[in-house]
Each structure stands twice: as structure tokens, then as C-alpha cells.
Design a protein around this ligand. Structure first.
Ligand SMILES: NC(=O)c1ccc[n+]([C@@H]2O[C@H](COP(=O)([O-])OP(=O)(O)OC[C@H]3O[C@@H](n4cnc5c(N)ncnc54)[C@H](OP(=O)(O)O)[C@@H]3O)[C@@H](O)[C@H]2O)c1
Length: 279
């Protein structure tokens, strides 16, 4: 990702100096003739902006300490290394202690989309630091979403999207295994899967509203009715010899919610169990 960022910035007309912990063949990563320095403080000495992109926040905090002596006051450092909201806040605190104008970023696209109109980076930080970082973020193409000053927000959204993406991919693969057990190849199932995902997408605004208002009374799908369907999914999964953990989990949270909710309440009231410490 660091190489993709550097290539994009060069294409956008920035002079880029690169640093990586271990030596790299810059030609191989499309950065032939880019200046490469051996020391982070040297890499940032004349910079008007710095992007940090390493494996995690443990690595990036160590790096912030090493590059800080080379920074000119007010030069923004944008850290796009992935981590938890807690990691991001700890790194922002460490940067503040070092006197760094610091921005937390989260890149929401794979490397191939960096530098294209499809690029998306979420960021947060003090207004001056974010304003100073705007030109370098613009060099990554696409959209920069500024989300205020709370450094926890970009990683919270980043991980929320990973959460729904991986759970969704696993749910698709699980359902494909179920139909395959009955002689239906995943590619033949695809049009139906795509259709139900469109229905799911259209349902999200209703789920979001119900969750926000804690009102579960649309009357479209009661817990009781959904539980009957989910019991069938579990039974069919077990009969097919497919790993049952996922449908059992969804059935069990539905059962648990039925025990505490009034009869006739909508299925999405299972949201109440997500933040209930007794769940
Ligand atoms: N790849 C993507 O599509 C993507 C998308 C969004 C976000 N990201 C995020 O971008 C960051 C980098 O991802 P990547 O795909 O480039 O991962 P990667 O290919 O595994 O590269 C990891 C980078 O971190 C460096 N590093 C690891 N530990 C370090 C340490 N202790 N001190 C200094 N440098 C250290 C590595 O240096 P060495 O070469 O010396 O090992 C390497 O440059 C991650 O936080 C990732 O989650 C990646």
C-alpha cells in the first residue's frame, strides 16, 4: 500500500521521498529513481507532508518517534496504518506528545484503486492538521472524507465495513455450500444470491432507523416467524453436513431475543442483544 501511495503521489506531481524498514527494489514496485532514505528523520526533513503506512499502530508509533526529530513544525503526518479505534487514539496521543500535526486516515480501497477516481480515504484530526494534509490527500485521487476531530472514527468505520464484508462473504459461501450439497453449483445459485443481497441492501435504511429509534414495530417479520425459518436453515445445514456455526448463531440470538421481547416484535429487535451485557 505504501508503494501504491507513493506512485499515486508521483503521478499527481508531488516530489516523493520513500522510506521502508527493509531494503526494497524500487524498480520492482514502480518507483525507480525515487529517492530512498535509510533513516525516517532524514526522509521527512524537507517534507511538506508525510504519510505513514505500515503494518499496524505498534509499528507506526515506533516510526513516529523516529521521524519526529526531522519534522518541521506544522507539517502534517497522516497515518493510514490500519488498527482499532483504541490504537488510533493511542497513536494520536503519542503524536501530540511529540508535537506532531497529526491526522488519522483509513484507506477504504485495495491498492489498485489508489490514485483513481474510486479511491476513498476517511480521515480525522485537528482542523489545522487536516487542512495542511489536504493537498497530499488529494494526490491519492478520488474522495477524502473528513470526519471531525475524533481519531477513533476512521478506524471504527473501516472495521465496521470489514465486519459486514467478511461476515457477508462467509454467509454467501455458507449458503453456497448448502445448495451445493443438493447438486446446485454456486454459479447457478448466483442470480438468487444477488437478488437477495439487493433486497438486503434495500432493507438497510429500515434496519438503521429501527436500531436508532429502538422501535421494532413495522410488523413485516416477527421474531416468531423468522425463528421458524431459521430453525429450518439450521436443520438443513446439519443434514447437509455443512458447518452449522453461522446459522446456529443467528437462530440463537433470535431465540434469546424472543425470551425478552413482547410477542409480535420485529426480528431486527435482535439488535438489542448486541449491546446488552447479559447477551
Ligand atoms: N493492501 C491493501 O489493500 C490495504 C488496504 C487498506 C489499508 N491497508 C493498510 O495499509 C497498511 C500496509 O498494508 P500493506 O498491504 O502494504 O501490508 P504489507 O505489504 O504487509 O506491508 C507492511 C509494511 O509495514 C512495514 N512494517 C511492518 N512492521 C514494521 C515495523 N515494526 N516498523 C516499520 N515498518 C514496519 C513493512 O516493512 P518491511 O517491508 O520491512 O517488512 C511493510 O512496508 C496496513 O495497515 C494495511 O491494513 C492495506
Amino acid at each position: 500500500m505504501g508503494a501504491a501511495i507513493a506512485r499515486s503521489l508521483r503521478t499527481a506531481g508531488h516530489d516523493v521521498v520513500v522510506w521502508n524498514r527493509s531494503p526494497k527494489d524500487l524498480g520492482e514496485i514502480g518507483l525507480a529513481d525515487a529517492p530512498l532514505t535509510a533513516d525516517p528523520a532524514g526522509a521527512v526533513r524537507d517534507a511538506d507532508a508525510v504519510i505513514v503506512c505500515v503494518r499496524d499502530h505498534h509499528a507506526s508509533r515506533e516510526l513516529l518517534e523516529r521521524l519526529a526529530p526531522g519534522l518541521t513544525a506544522g507539517v502534517p503526518v497522516v497515518n493510514v496504518s490500519t488498527g482499532t479505534p483504541e490504537d488510533a487514539v493511542a497513536s494520536a496521543d503519542a503524536a501530540a506528545a511529540l508535537g506532531i500535526a497529526y491526522v488519522t486516515g483509513a484507506i477504504m480501497v485495495p491498492t489498485a484503486l489508489v490514485g483513481t477516481e474510486h479511491h476513498l480515504v476517511l480521515c480525522a484530526g485537528g482542523q489545522d492538521a487536516v487542512a495542511a494534509a489536504r493537498p497530499v490527500l488529494a494526490g491519492l485521487g478520488g474522495v477524502t472524507d473528513v470526519l471531525g476531530e475524533d481519531h477513533a472514527v476512521p478506524p471504527a468505520l473501516d472495521l465496521a465495513m470489514l465486519d459486514v464484508f467478511f461476515a457477508g462473504m462467509y454467509a454467501f459461501l455458507h449458503s453456497a455450500a448448502l445448495v451445493r450439497a443438493h447438486g446446485i453449483e454456486p454459479s447457478a445459485y448466483l442470480p438468487y444470491a444477488t437478488g437477495i443481497l439487493e433486497t438486503l441492501g434495500a432493507e438497510l435504511p429500515n434496519l438503521a432507523q429501527a436500531f436508532e429509534l429502538r422501535k421494532y414495530d413495522r410488523g413485516q417479520a416477527s421474531l416468531e416467524m423468522c425463528l421458524r425459518g431459521l430453525e429450518h436453515v439450521v436443520a438443513a445445514t446439519e443434514a447437509a453436513g455443512v458447518a452449522p456455526a453461522l446459522p446456529r448463531l443467528v437462530r440463537d440470538v433470535t431465540r434469546a431475543q424472543m425470551e425478552r421481547a413482547k410477542p409480535g416484535v420485529d426480528w431486527e429487535s435482535v439488535a438489542e442483544g448486541l449491546t446488552d451485557p447479559a447477551r
